[in-house]
Design a binder for this molecule. Structure first.
Ligand code: SAH
Length: 354
């Protein structure tokens, strides 16, 4: 028997095409989606309003494949961090953060990462492979199961593609995943409640802009000049800041939306008032706002967290120069919640990192 396909890998548009290619009605896809995502039915035989032939075909073709939970850590602040095991044994991380406005799930998009940012734990392990749309959705479904079992009032309300990996290096699958999150026939999470974060793959920023999705886009800037950014983000050599800013302008023009610039505060590297001035100068002429991120130190890297007062001074300087600025709230510091740290530690135990 051939290997069955994972139903969760199919967005509604993809299943519609797939079924109509097989000679079935597109509407069967919508009906199957309603059964699975609204009624929680996983047995195609029970999908009573579907024609017998469609049910048989779905049965022969699809299975429901969810990743499994290898470790679950719960922090004092309610943050949940999962070490998730994929079908082939690879490990990824998923985090649930509880903001006052909702439950935010941080999703991993790749096993490892090739971007090589010098401050990041994820890149300690090179990319092994991309995650499928269903493996990304599976992370959200696992968190929802936990919330349901706790009888919590809300399931996942927001999703950020900020776990391990570079989402724009896995473009097709994240677009399917976003549809699965957003579509009223599947999870129905509002587009404005979904954020994609990229280290700055310029051609993909443009391609993303052309799709005119209503989801939010964040760019990991982390340095205000090419000279500094080259030192911490190798991707800057391929796509220097001038091109990143041009892509931001293109995005703003196409979508009428504002970008978030993420900026990790690294002690004595990018946290001086001169850096704030350079940053304001760099992004002048775009509508983006700045989110300052407290650094989560990673043992293998030399960077340290910028002191609180310096972070506040930096934020105030930016505000005075007319740049809208926020400081990111921190979660789950007691459970290695920073991206990639849990997985890196587990792989270290298994002997995958020297
Ligand atoms: N590859 C994407 C998304 C994953 S990282 C990107 O680069 O945007 C999500 C965010 O966490 C990025 O802004 C990333 O730079 C930041 N980050 C990585 N390591 C961090 C650390 N140790 N402390 C704080 N933020 C970190």
């Amino acid at each position: 028997m051939r290997n069955k396909l994972n139903f969760y890998d199919f967005s509604l548009p993809k299943l519609q095409i797939y079924l109509s290619d097989q000679g079935f009605k597109k509407f069967s896809a919508t009906q199957a989606f309603e059964w699975v995502y609204q009624k929680g039915e996983k047995d195609f035989n029970n999908m009573s309003n579907l024609a017998l032939k469609v049910r048989e075909f779905l049965n022969d073709t699809f299975t429901f494949q969810l990743p499994t939970i290898s470790q679950e850590h719960i922090s004092e602040d309610g943050t949940i961090k999962l070490l998730v095991e994929l079908k082939d044994g690879n490990l990824v991380e998923t985090v649930l953060m509880r903001y006052n406005y909702g439950n935010v799930v941080c999703v991993t998009t790749q096993v490892g990462c090739n971007m090589g940012c010098r401050f990041c734990a994820s890149g300690l392990l090179k990319k092994k492979r991309d995650l499928s749309a269903g493996e990304m959705l599976g992370q959200v479904l696992l968190i929802n199961e936990i919330l349901k079992n706790n009888n919590e009032a809300k399931l996942t309300t927001h999703v950020v593609l900020m776990g391990i990996g570079e989402p724009f290096d896995n473009f097709t699958n994240i677009i399917d995943f976003i549809d699965l999150l957003n579509n009223p026939k599947s999870l129905e999470i509002g587009a404005r409640h979904i954020t994609v974060s990229t280290c700055g793959l310029v051609p993909k920023i443009k391609e993303f802009a052309d799709l005119k999705l209503q989801v939010k886009l964040a760019i990991s800037l982390h340095a205000p000049t090419d000279e500094k950014r080259n030192q911490i983000m190798p991707i800057n050599k391929a796509y220097p800041l001038k091109e990143v800013i041009a892509a931001v302008k293109y995005y703003e023009h196409k979508t009428n939306k504002r970008i978030t610039y993420e900026y990790i505060m690294l002690k004595d590297f990018n946290d001086s008032l001169d850096d704030a001035r350079d940053l304001a100068r760099l992004i002048k002429g775009t509508n983006g706002f700045v989110n300052l991120i407290p650094y989560n130190p990673v043992d293998e890297h030399a960077f340290a967290r910028s002191p609180r007062d310096r972070t506040y001074a930096f934020a105030n300087a930016l505000k005075k120069m007319g740049v809208q600025t926020t400081i990111r709230k921190e979660f789950g510091n007691d459970i290695d919640a920073a991206c990639g740290q849990l997985r890196a530690k587990e792989e270290e135990k298994r002997g995958d990192i020297d």
